[in-house]
Each structure stands twice: as structure tokens, then as C-alpha cells.
Design a protein around this ligand. Structure first.
Ligand SMILES: O=C(O)CCC(=O)C(=O)O
Ligand SMILES: [Fe+2]
Length: 408
């Protein structure tokens, strides 16, 4: 297994139907990093949409070596001096875990140094606030600070690759939470995957296979803000409880609802992402959300710019609309075709996300899945009735055929 090469075997096909039903799983596997190949991870976990934990993932990371040190009480803790020196006085996003705001915690911004002062002062006082520094875009704030590297298994990432190259807000985060901080019950943005690595501390996760959350809906179809094992047992929900230790990465598949508790002080790095193995789910979720938008503003259907308005609302509520999605697919397709036709000196096709490369089979699967999803898009009424969308889809589909014959 080449360390920098994301290598799919010839046996991998796109959109394998799930052969494992999450309801049949007894326990989430815990595997040593690199004990299975990238290709096995792709077909067994990403394509089957099944969680897994990898151990020993962050040994080489700069943040694991330097962000933690032994404090005056002889315990491991944040290395405040190091963090101050290397990161500086930046603004960071923080939530107050004791305050609910709609369906999440109350959010605000703080100066990083102010947060570090809060962190150090906690030990002396009992009723101090529980402030969780989360969704911090440190990597995009400091692109040249190489404090970690995306594990190989999670490196086929169309979402962040696109957003980084286009200089838009990405989905790469740092989380720093005191013991007792937590993240309410949710599923991830766009139905994306997430991976999360603890570089310090322990988290407890409760994960529900897709669909199980429906048993928790109230009469209006709303899901609870907060769950626990008692509620899940009462409602007969299938769920998994996971204790994630330091140096372990969890893979959270598409559409699995979860709640997360920091059972000790914890630092984690996480990404949301998608690629050829879940792109169909992203499209379904986007088009389902579009249907909801259309239903919501049905009484304005005669308005001149109704369609534009729907796209604007979709972008605001879902974080992405049809234009963004098409733009992303066009970008990934163009990048993949370029890589295939202009091979690098090692005869591997260069593509860069954290400097990983893909083998030919990977490009083949990627382009096939783009073609598949574009075919689904062409069935959508919004796309069918719009010449510009339709032409862009046709063009995308045609271009995927350029690759036919290059790989047998
Ligand atoms: O660690 C947390 O508090 C939440 C992480 C999470 O929700 C995720 O990685 O998807
Ligand atoms: Fe999440």
C-alpha cells in the first residue's frame, strides 16, 4: 500500500448496494490504522455506510506532539505557551453548552487568548461556564501550519478540495472542549461523512443508523435536542455507544444521527466530506431539501423569479444549492480528467488533497459516479425545465465518456 496513493482495486465498482445492514451489526469495529487497505475501507465502510474506529492515527501529528504538555499539577493539559506562540491572537467560535439556541447551543466569538485564560482559570471555580471552542477553521486560517495530515482513508474529499481551491469556507475544524461539554443530537451537513480524531482526551458517542431517528420524532415531526440511552431504549431505537480514546479516529457515515460528549477535556480535529462513494446521497438530500423549499413558498409560484428565489432559499437553509453542486461536480470532473491525461513522472495521476494521489481505478470510479449522479439530476423537474442546467448536465455527462477506453 503506497502511503500517498489512494488505490482502488479493480474489483471495486461504483454504487455497490449495501451488503451489510446496520441493524445486523453488533458492535462498531476498532481497527489499527493501516490494518486494512484504502480499497477495503472504501468498499467495506464508505460504500456500505458503516462506522468504524481506527487506532493510532495521529502519532506523527505536530499538534499531538506540541499542543499538550505536563502542567504544574503533573497532569497532561493544553500547552498554553506553545499555542499562544504558534497560533496567536485570533478570533475563535465558541458555544455555551448550558444555553440552548433553537436546535443548537448559543454561539459567539472570542479572542483565542481569552479562551485560553478561561481554560486555565476553570480549575479553581465550580460554577464556571462550560465553553466549547468548536467548528474552528484553524487550517484555513493558517494554511501553512501543518499541524496534522488527513488520514489516507479519508483523503478522497471532493468537498474540501473544491472549497479550498475556490477559496471558500471549508469543512475542516478544530474542537477544544472542557470535560462535560457536548454536541446536541444531529446529523451532519449535506448528509456528508465526518471523521474526527482525538488528539487529547476521550469522547462518548451515541450513533443511530439512518432512519432510527424517526422513532424519536414528536407529533410535529421534530427531533429532540438531546438524547440519552433511556430515551433510545424506551423508543426501541437501534443505537451504538462508542468511547473514543486519544489517538483514535471515528468514521461517521452519511445520515447517521449522533450526539457527542467530552468525558474528559478533549481536543479533536474533524472534517466533513463527500466523494464518489456518497455523492448520490448528497444529491438526494439536496433535491429533497429543494422539494421542501418549493412547498414552503408554493404561494409565490407565479412570481417572475420564483426559481432563483428557491435556489437562494436552498442555499440559505441547506448551505448549498443546485448551482453550487453542479459547479463542484464540474470542478472535480475537470480536475480528474486533467490528472488522467497529464500524468506525472511516476505515472501516477496527480491530484492534491493533503498531497495524496489517486490510481486509475479511482479516477474511473469517480467519473462513473459523476456520470451516474448527473443522470439522476437530469430527472429532476428543476433541471429538466431549465436549459442552462440541462446543458451543463449534458456536457458533464459527455465529458465522463472521454475517460472510457483510457482505463480498461
Ligand atoms: O466532537 C463533537 O463535539 C462533535 C463532532 C461531530 O458531530 C462530528 O464529527 O460529526
Ligand atoms: Fe456531527
Amino acid at each position: 500500500m503506497g502511503k500517498n496513493l489512494l488505490e482502488l482495486n479493480q474489483t471495486v465498482t461504483n454504487f455497490k448496494q449495501s451488503v451489510i445492514n446496520p441493524k445486523d451489526i453488533v458492535e462498531i469495529s476498532r481497527l489499527p490504522n493501516e490494518s486494512i487497505s484504502y480499497s477495503e475501507f472504501y468498499s467495506n465502510y464508505m460504500q456500505n455506510n458503516i462506522p468504524v474506529i481506527f487506532t493510532n492515527v495521529s502519532n506523527e501529528w505536530e499538534c499531538r506532539r506540541n499542543w499538550i504538555a505536563i502542567n504544574l499539577e503533573n497532569k497532561y493539559d493544553l500547552n498554553i505557551d506553545y499555542l499562544k506562540q504558534h497560533i496567536g491572537r485570533v478570533r475563535v467560535p465558541v458555544v455555551d453548552c448550558s444555553k440552548k439556541y433553537f436546535n443548537s447551543h448559543e454561539k459567539f466569538e472570542m479572542d483565542f487568548f481569552e479562551y485560553l485564560e478561561y481554560w486555565s482559570s476553570r480549575t479553581n471555580s465550580l460554577n464556571i461556564k462550560c465553553l466549547y471552542l468548536k467548528d474552528w477553521h484553524l487550517k484555513s486560517q493558517m494554511p501553512y501550519y501543518n499541524f496534522y495530515r488527513t488520514p489516507e482513508y479519508f483523503a478522497s474529499d471532493w468537498l474540501n478540495q473544491y472549497l479550498i481551491d475556490k477559496e471558500k469556507d471549508d469543512y475542516r475544524f478544530v474542537y477544544i472542549g472542557p470535560q462535560g461539554s457536548w454536541t446536541p443530537f444531529h446529523s451532519d451537513v449535506f448528509q456528508s461523512y465526518s471523521w474526527s480524531t482525538n488528539i487529547f482526551g476521550m469522547k462518548k458517542w451515541i450513533l443511530l443508523p439512518p432512519g432510527e431517528e424517526l422513532k424519536l420524532q414528536d407529533g410535529l415531526g421534530n427531533l429532540p435536542f438531546e438524547i440519552d440511552e433511556n430515551l433510545l431504549t424506551q423508543r426501541n431505537c437501534k443505537y451504538f455507544t462508542i468511547i473514543q480514546n486519544e489517538n483514535e479516529a471515528i468514521f461517521v457515515p452519511s445520515g447517521w444521527y449522533h450526539q457527542v460528549w467530552n468525558i474528559t477535556d478533549t481536543i479533536s480535529i474533524n472534517h466533513n466530506w463527500f466523494n464518489s462513494s456518497n455523492i448520490e446521497k448528497i444529491w438526494f438530500s439536496l433535491s429533497e431539501n429543494m422539494k421542501k423549499v418549493i412547498k414552503e413558498i408554493q404561494d409565490c409560484v407565479t412570481m417572475d423569479d420564483f426559481k432563483e428565489h428557491c435556489q437562494l432559499m436552498l442555499q440559505a437553509s441547506f448551505g448549498m444549492n443546485y448551482f453550487d453542486f453542479l459547479d463542484l461536480l464540474e470542478y472535480i470532473e475537470k480536475k480528474s480528467l486533467n490528472a488522467v491525461f497529464f500524468r506525472d513522472e511516476n505515472n501516477h495521476n496527480a491530484i492534491t488533497f493533503d498531497s495524496y494521489k489517486l490510481n486509475s481505478q479511482h479516477f474511473y470510479i469517480d467519473l462513473r459516479s459523476i456520470r451516474h449522479v448527473v443522470k439522476l439530476m437530469k430527472l429532476d423537474p428543476i433541471i429538466r425545465e431549465d436549459m442552462e442546467f440541462l446543458n451543463r448536465c449534458l456536457h458533464l455527462e459527455n465529458e465522463t465518456h472521454l475517460f472510457d477506453g483510457v482505463v480498461e
